[in-house]
Design a binder for this molecule. Structure first.
Ligand SMILES: [Zn+2]
Length: 159
């Protein structure tokens, strides 16, 4: 697996369930890129940094790749959720700028949880085995923070 990522410009192509091919590049531990075709969005892998805390390169790359892919697999669901939420907010005139920003941040946190759920379902018992001997605290921080931010977005919006 390491060899796959050994080169600096090695792109992974994975086909989503809705037929589009996602392109993922886990360049290193501080830069990931993901997108469709030649449109790749670079981003600092903050969530993967937290979730993969303590893992060696091999499982880091493997689980991070599936996590990025999980974002694509759940993109239609999160898009429907975003449009429904924003549509409802605008229709009910609850739209304050702070509220909408909080909602968008909350939706992103929900998306992070969905992407990691894809990793869990995709890897099954391997997920638990991979983390044997590694502190659970970073993962507890991730799940509780992401859940709190998801709910917090709505709480700020509806306040
Ligand atoms: Zn993510």
């Amino acid at each position: 697996m390491t060899a796959l990522f050994g080169k600096s410009n090695n792109l992974m192509r994975m086909r989503t369930w809705y037929g589009m091919t996602a392109v993922i590049e886990i360049r290193n531990r501080s830069l990931h890129r993901a997108g469709f075709g030649s449109v790749l969005i670079p981003h600092p892998p903050a969530v993967n940094w937290l979730l993969r805390f303590g893992l060696s390169d091999d499982p880091y790359y493997k689980l991070s790749t599936i996590h990025e892919f999980g974002h694509f697999q759940t993109l239609p669901a999160i898009a429907v959720y975003s449009f429904a939420a924003l549509g409802w907010v605008l229709a009910t005139h609850r739209a304050s700028l702070i509220g909408i920003i909080a909602l968008l941040i909350g939706i992103h946190a929900t998306w992070e949880m969905l992407a990691e759920l894809v990793v869990r379902f995709h890897t099954g018992p391997l997920y638990t085995r991979t983390y044997t001997g590694i502190s659970v605290i970073p993962r507890i921080i991730f799940w509780s923070a992401a859940a709190a931010i998801s709910i917090g977005g709505w709480a700020i919006l509806l306040h």
